[in-house]
Design a protein around this ligand. Sequence first.
Ligand code: SF4
Length: 491
Amino acid sequence: MKAQLVFLPFCSPTFIPYHLCELAGYLMARGFKDIEILDLNIHLFNKQFGGLESYNRIVSGEWDNYMSDSYLVAEKWNVFQVELEQKLVKYLETGIDFPLEVDLNKLADIVCISWTFHHRGGASQFYSTMAFVKYIKEKCPEKIVILGGSYLNHIDKKQLMMMFPEIDYVLHRESEESLFCLLKQLAENSDVFAIPNLFYRNSGKIIKTEEVDNVLRGLVFEPNFDGIEINKYFNPSSVVSIQYKRGCDWNKCTFCSHNNMYFPSVDANKEGFIKKAEFLYGKGVNFLFLADQMITFDDVGFLNSVLAGKFYWACMIMPQEKITATVLEEMYQAGCRWICWGVESASPRILKLMKKPVVVEAAKRNIIDAHIAGIQNVVLMMQGFPSETEEDLALSMNFLKELRPYYYDNSLSPFHVCYGSEVQKNPEKFGIEELSSLVLYKNENGVLSSELYAYSPMKEIKEDDNNKRSIPFAEHMLIASSLFKKLGDVK
Ligand code: SF4
């Protein structure tokens, strides 16, 4: 039996679904060889816009204004996204005119859909996933549909499967080993009930199996790019988003649910990372976006030694006193050109409620030192955390104002309650009296909607230089890609 790993719209066309290349590599290393990747997102963009040349026509082509050029392009994608989502909703309502081009003859026996993104105002695979499962089961009822991906860790899987009988299996948490077991069992036509981290159907019921950390973390393998053509992506430069370590060493912030999917272990597979980095370098990729939730001081030496001289790279860091000017200078020498700093607030009172161990003065120092070292900074801030006062917000705004010469962008995101976060689990502790537990619902036309964010106390804040709209992760790829293009070859 053949399996396909499918990546659906809508996501920036600069985003190479490299996580699927790693998953395919893992499955092959474990012995399931008949696997390929189908990126319908980039297929759609190439059909609509005609490739990188058209992208270059939209922007100046010189990349001197890569920030504004990137926003310009992202705005264009947003218009396209809205149009596409309207068509997908119409298909879900009426069952006619499925708007994506899918060659049903080339669809594998087992279709594994990676549901990675669902952000308001950013990359979202919400409607495309629902419409796609409906379409393929209608046209090819014999196909087996498996859903996995990080977004699933934010929603109620049983509820989802009840609403969508087209979905045969859902995998959750870190599930590459469970996917391998499932593919093997399906190929052998054997029972699946003993596979951990799985939701399956049995006599009309949805059964959840045990949650077990079964990933072979020490496995060393090469990513597999079967089905991925790097030159099809609208990348000014090919930037790949890769993880060194999973999860977050801190993992305590009360608003955060990013780590829901990860099992407690955050041990890195150093040998595995070296192998992947060498593979990518050999493939001509010179730019990496480290998608780790948080790089720590302890990670920096290793990363510098692996990446120096081969890659320009970007990463996310929580401000830390240990990240000194010397450390940042060493990171610059090793190719680091961009850091997203997770500051969140400049009010010590709010930081305490967030359980975010950021010391405001240390954060200032980090950002200034990184700038002096030659690294571009993005400052990630949040507004509207429960009980935040005008005075608290003023501290954050003044922080951004004071540091304006030292960062090139900030993301002052509105606070939302994320499913699975401490705030969502104990809203009363944060003064939230009422919190909807409804996460997914169907409207009167049968179209699924999501209430990932159940509470948002946002006040409108006027856009100004200190308050641009937030940049969803996939758009960071676009900006990183443009920045790296401007930097030229790695020295
Ligand atoms: S917000 Fe960042 S530092 Fe805090 S728990 Fe989440 S990933 Fe970790």
